[in-house]
Design a protein around this ligand. Structure first.
Ligand code: SAM
Length: 169
């Protein structure tokens, strides 16, 4: 009786977290911050929007559905990946949404208008050298924590507990 429960618990935990690889907990950008983000980046149809650690894929769906963008997400947690894929599938815009079950540190990103992430400072620091070599003009937005050593072109801090740091390469 207890064994199946324990196995289920361990499997779910394993699906949520890949030990040693994940650089952010499974929390999501709030609706309010999502609105602030899209107002900040002024995404245009057919532009590419990337979410590094896309969680349940809500931002990808918004980018594709409401802004006509091509949305790409990378997600390391199998459960979150499936959540994103399901969300994309039912969005009515699945042809414009790609979700990869992958560690973004080992992925090569296509050229994008905007690269977004909501990660912990340690994960951002690891990612920074990879961001630095993206094409000139790429805009990068970090939710809550800045990229250490970089100067943002704008900080949207109307919600002081979730500032958005906007950088342009
Ligand atoms: C704080 S959540 C943000 C989710 C989503 N971007 C949002 O803003 O709602 C961070 C996500 O990044 C994922 N993640 C953490 N490290 C990762 C890595 N190295 N590669 C891909 N995804 C990762 C986590 O599994 C989690 O879903």
């Amino acid at each position: 009786m207890l064994l199946p429960l324990a196995i289920t618990f361990v499997v779910i935990l394993g699906l949520l977290i890949i030990p040693g690889k994940t650089v952010a907990p499974l929390v999501f950008t709030s609706k309010g911050t999502q609105k602030r983000l899209f107002a900040l980046i002024n995404l245009k149809p057919k532009q590419t929007f990337i979410d590094l650690g896309c969680g349940r894929g809500n931002l990808l769906v918004t980018a594709a559905k409401h802004y006509g963008a091509k949305a790409i997400g990378y997600e390391i947690s199998p459960l979150a990946y499936l959540w994103s894929k399901t969300n994309a599938l039912f969005s009515g815009r699945h042809q414009n949404i790609r979700v990869y079950l992958a560690d973004f540190n080992h992925a090569s990103f296509p050229t994008a208008a905007v690269v977004y992430f909501f990660l912990l400072p340690k994960g951002i620091a690891k990612l920074a050298p990879k961001l630095k070599i993206l094409p000139a003009g790429t805009r990068i937005v970090s939710n809550t924590w800045p990229i250490a050593g970089w100067t943002p072109m704008q900080v949207e801090s109307s919600n002081p507990s979730a500032p958005l740091y906007l950088y342009q390469l």
